[in-house]
Design a protein around this ligand. Structure first.
Ligand SMILES: [Zn+2]
Ligand SMILES: [Zn+2]
Length: 413
């Protein structure tokens, strides 16, 4: 019940702003269309309310809708939980293992990441979800995942109603005239004639809702399996990416080292219980995490710090040779650049001739990196980072990537 109150009572009116967003409008639109059409089809044509089965079916449809909306709004308004502004580790010596967030003026607690959309450091961040216009993290991981489970189940029920409605209605129609026996058999448990005939508009609306329901089942169902796979290892999407990068780094430098993910509790059931609890509130405070016996409290953050240093070492300095306006798909940079614009929500950056850029990664025609503003390149408060076309820049002859000796990184375990 505690969680329900949080849904109703908004902690601050700003939260209502979350409601004005395209993701939310589309998600609620799909839920509204599928559940309304399923109810209309059941009551009018497929399974009337005065039969026991019909009533049970109708209650189940309402039940799906309520549970889906409950978990959806719970995930949205409870939110992921944010690291308190100005947070420091209890033991100040531990801060060497942590990264510092300049926006939040706080150390990044283990498993937390800064979200640019939420503009806060998010506890056990999984990803920023546009459909709930909020981050998925520690506090709402369970309700978010339940939503991913319930939405496809509700859609399968609705899709069943849609298919059966269309089938029975069209079947009645088609067989009418030359085989009266069949009509009697198929219409036996229904009213002799529905109050409103199943017309072309009803057929079109049902077909449309069926498309939405099947699409949602596949798309959201896949997300559910991906989520469950990582939850059973007590991971987040970001952490599986960090793990991948860690293995990458170990291989790149040929270290005889093995990265062990520190939060795996050893069994799927134990990992599951870390996220799903009866109270709906996850275990722990979102800042301290239980770790495996053979791991350090900060194993993962140490790896992140190493990765960041390594990224610096491996990044390449470029000089801007042509201006770029920062548009997503530039028309004047060649057709290949136009069509291969990275499909991400990450920003593009405006370039001016003569500027310097430190690129950390790239694809064939695009690079991702940050502008070099002054001496405090990587520590600068306002880092400007994003994608830009590769053909606007040229590699600097003097590679300035050597201020951190790669050798040091190699040996330092
Ligand atoms: Zn932050
Ligand atoms: Zn976010």
């Amino acid at each position: 019940m505690g969680t329900f109150c949080t849904v109703v009572k908004f902690e601050n009116p700003q939260e209502l702003k979350r409601l004005c967003h395209w993701g939310l409008i589309i998600a609620l639109g799909v839920i509204a269309i599928c559940s309304t059409m399923a109810m209309i089809d059941s009551v009018l044509w497929y399974w009337p309310l005065h039969t026991t089965g019909g009533s049970v079916n109708f209650i189940m449809l309402i039940n799906w809708t309520v549970m889906i909306l409950y978990n959806y709004f719970n995930a949205m308004f409870v939110g992921p939980g944010f690291v308190p502004l100005g947070w420091k580790p209890k033991n100040s010596q531990d801060s060497v293992y942590l990264q510092y967030c300049k926006v939040c003026q706080a150390y990044k607690a283990p498993r937390s990441h800064h979200c640019r959309k939420c503009n806060r450091c998010v506890m056990k961040m999984d990803h920023h979800c546009p459909w709930i216009n909020n981050c998925c993290g520690d506090q709402n991981h369970a309700s978010f995942t339940l939503f991913l489970l319930l939405a496809p189940l509700g859609c399968i029920h609705a899709a069943f109603i849609f298919v059966m409605t269309m089938y029975t209605q069209l079947y009645n129609r088609l067989s009418f005239g030359w085989n009266t026996v069949k009509i009697d058999m198929s219409a036996a448990r229904r009213d002799p004639l529905p109050i409103i005939p199943f017309g072309l508009a009803a057929f079109a609306a049902t077909l449309f809702a069926l498309g939405l329901a099947l699409g949602t089942t596949i798309a959201v169902g896949m997300l559910f399996f991906i989520q469950m796979k990582i939850i059973l290892r007590n991971k987040t999407s970001i952490e599986s990416w960090i793990e991948e990068k860690a293995k990458d780094r170990i291989q790149y430098y040929q270290l005889d080292d093995d990265f062990v993910f520190p939060y795996d509790m050893g069994s799927r059931w134990k990992n599951f219980k870390q996220v799903f609890t009866w109270s709906g509130v996850p275990e722990g405070d979102g800042l301290d995490w239980p770790v495996r016996e053979d791991c350090h409290q900060y194993s993962l953050t140490i790896e992140q710090v190493k990765k960041k240093a390594d990224k610096r070492v491996r990044s390449v300095r470029y000089k801007v040779i042509e201006d770029y306006s920062g548009t997503c798909c530039p028309l004047n940079r060649g057709i290949k650049t136009f069509f291969t614009s990275p499909r991400t929500e990450e920003p593009r950056i405006r370039l001016q001739k003569g500027e310097f850029i430190l690129a950390t990664r790239g694809v064939r025609y695009w690079l991702y990196g940050g502008k070099i503003l002054d001496d405090s390149v990587l520590e600068g408060v306002s880092r400007i980072r994003g994608w830009f076309p590769r053909n606007c820049v040229e590699k600097c002859p003097c590679d300035a990537e050597t201020d951190q000796a790669p050798e040091g990184e190699k040996k330092n375990r």
